[in-house]
Design a protein. Structure first.
Length: 124
C-alpha cells in the first residue's frame, strides 16, 4: 500500500511539474517599426520595377513573392492607405500592374511585413 501511495504521489508531482513548465502561454512578440515596414515595401516594389531580384535586397530585406521569383515584370505599383497591424506585422495592401506580354494585368495583394529581427515581406 505504501508503494502505491508513493507512486501516486510521484506521478502527481510529475504531472504538476509538467503543467507548470508547459503552461507558459506567453508568445514572443517582436517589435514593429511601421515606418520601416512601409519604406521597405516601397523599396522592394521599386526594385521589382527596376528589374532587380528579391536576392538583391538581402540581407536587409527578405522578400518571398512567387510572381517576382518567377520573373513576372512589374510595371508600376500603388501602396494603398489601407493597412493594419497584428502586433508584430504590418499588413500593407499594394495594387500591382504587370506586363503580360502585350497586355497588362493588375492585381491587388496584401503583404505581411515584419521588421524584427529582420525585415520580411510576404504576400498574404
Amino acid at each position: 500500500m505504501k508503494t502505491h501511495i508513493t507512486f501516486v504521489r510521484r506521478s502527481f508531482c510529475a504531472l504538476i511539474a509538467g503543467l507548470l513548465i508547459g503552461c507558459d502561454s506567453e508568445t514572443q512578440s517582436y517589435p514593429l517599426d511601421k515606418e520601416l515596414a512601409r519604406a521597405s515595401v516601397k523599396r522592394a516594389m521599386q526594385a521589382w520595377v527596376d528589374g532587380k531580384q528579391p536576392k538583391d535586397l538581402k540581407p536587409d530585406v527578405i522578400v518571398g513573392d512567387s510572381g517576382w521569383e518567377a520573373g513576372k515584370k512589374l510595371l508600376s505599383f500603388e501602396i494603398l492607405p489601407e493597412e493594419f497591424t497584428d502586433g508584430s506585422n504590418l499588413h500593407i495592401t499594394v495594387v500591382r500592374k504587370f506586363d503580360g506580354g502585350g497586355k497588362s494585368g493588375e492585381s491587388k495583394v496584401t503583404y505581411i511585413v515584419g521588421t524584427s529581427p529582420v525585415v520580411t515581406i510576404f504576400p498574404q
